[in-house]
Structures are given as structure tokens and as C-alpha cells.
Write a protein that binds this ligand. Structure first.
Ligand code: NI
Ligand code: MN
Length: 225
């Protein structure tokens, strides 16, 4: 299973046949590793409705016919924009596909869709290619990250570290300890000035204080798990 980092909180997970795109924010991100029309996902998963997670979802979904998943209000917004294949779980819900499944879990963060509908944010636990990936979405540190990982042991955690809008790299070290993933990949940092941080310092702290290893990816880099 390959994990390609496309910048900010956007990743593409691939098991060799399916391509699962999470939180496409490309056309508005000068550091993005791809343009929206360069991607050909089979599925699109959204953690929440903020523009830095959803900006290119409608365009990509309409062009590719990708099946989309998001919290019900976010899913309803996609349907209103004319996206055809949309699943609308709420927190705790699991959607199954031929490649595996995605479960929406708690994230402590605000959310609204681009038309101003207030909704919840989520994290995503994704089972694909024999691995379990936990994309934390945007969130502060909360203790039940441990419970989420207890329910489904996590191989790879995709974790915001930039602070300001999410937990910072210091709280994220504690998150890494609670989750206990084999591998942690940081995201949601250095895209804008308020979320600039030191990813190498985060890596040093996690690897000295927890049993997890950190893989720092530049936009465009991939990690095989
Ligand atoms: Ni957000
Ligand atoms: Mn965000």
C-alpha cells in the first residue's frame, strides 16, 4: 500500500488498483504536488468541510466519478453541487468498499460547508491493502485518540502538527503516544505562516519519547507500507 503526500492534509492511498484521495486542497495551495486535473482517484474521503480540505473535491469527483464519503452535512453539500456518488455517514459510521472500509471517528474541531452549514469535523480510520491508516483530520489533542486506536490498531497515523488551527507539534507528540502507530506522518504545517513548524523537531521528539517512527514527507513524496 502506497501513501502519496500531495500537500497540506491531502493524501492519496493506493493498494495498486484503487486510489483513495483524502482532503483535496490543490488549486489553492502553491505547495501542492499536483493539479486537480492530474489526479484520477476512484474514491474521495473528506474529514470536514473547511476549504483547505474540500476545495477541489467537487471538480475531481465530477470528472472522475469517484465515490465520495463525508459527514452527512458535508455529503449533502456535495450532492447539492451535483456530485453523484456520495455516502453520508456520521461519526461512528463505517462505509465499506471493495478495497476495504472507512470509519468516521471523532475530531475536536469546528466545521462548516462552503455554503455556511455548520457541521461536525471527523477523523478517518481507513483499512486498505491490509493496513489501517488513521487520518486525524483537523483536531486538538483529546484522550479518546487512545480509544480509537484500541478499537482498531493503527499502522500509520496522518497527523496535523502545525498548531493554530489544530494541535501543535508538542501536543502531537502526546497524540502519537496515545495512538501508538508504527509510523506517523505529519501534515497540516508550513502551508501558511500561522502553521509553520519544525517537522524534524517533531520527529526527534516522537522517536525519543514514543515507540513510533516518523516519516516526514515533502509534497509529492510517497511512503510504502
Ligand atoms: Ni479545518
Ligand atoms: Mn485545516
Amino acid at each position: 500500500m502506497d501513501i502519496r503526500f500531495l500537500g497540506h492534509a491531502c493524501f492519496e492511498l493506493s493498494d495498486g488498483s484503487s486510489r483513495v484521495l483524502i482532503d483535496p486542497f490543490l488549486s489553492g495551495n502553491p505547495k501542492a504536488a499536483a493539479k486537480p486535473d492530474e489526479l484520477d482517484p476512484t474514491h474521495i474521503l473528506l474529514t470536514h468541510g473547511h476549504i483547505d480540505h474540500i476545495l477541489d473535491a467537487v471538480e475531481i469527483a465530477k470528472r472522475t466519478g469517484a465515490a465520495c464519503v463525508g459527514v452527512v452535512e458535508t455529503a449533502n453539500w456535495l450532492k447539492k453541487q451535483g456530485v453523484g456518488d456520495v455516502s453520508d455517514p456520521n461519526l461512528g459510521g463505517t462505509v465499506e468498499f471493495d478495497w476495504g472500509w472507512v470509519k468516521l471517528v471523532q475530531a475536536l474541531h469546528s466545521s462548516e460547508t462552503p455554503d455556511g452549514t455548520v457541521t461536525y469535523a471527523s477523523g478517518l480510520v481507513v483499512s486498505i491493502g491490509g493496513k489501517t491508516v488513521y487520518h486525524l483530520g483537523d483536531t486538538c489533542l483529546f484522550g479518546d485518540m487512545k480509544l480509537i486506536a484500541q478499537r482498531t490498531p493503527i499502522d500509520i497515523a496522518l497527523m496535523p502538527i502545525g498548531g493554530h488551527y489544530t494541535m501543535d507539534r508538542h501536543d502531537a507528540v502526546v497524540a502519537a503516544e496515545l495512538i501508538g502507530a508504527t509510523t506517523v506522518i505529519p501534515c497540516h504545517y508550513d502551508t501558511f505562516p500561522p502553521i509553520e513548524t519544525d517537522a524534524q523537531a517533531f520527529k526527534a521528539d516522537v522517536e525519543s519519547q514514543t515507540s513510533s517512527k516518523v516519516v516526514v514527507l515533502e509534497p509529492g513524496d510517497s511512503h510504502s507500507a
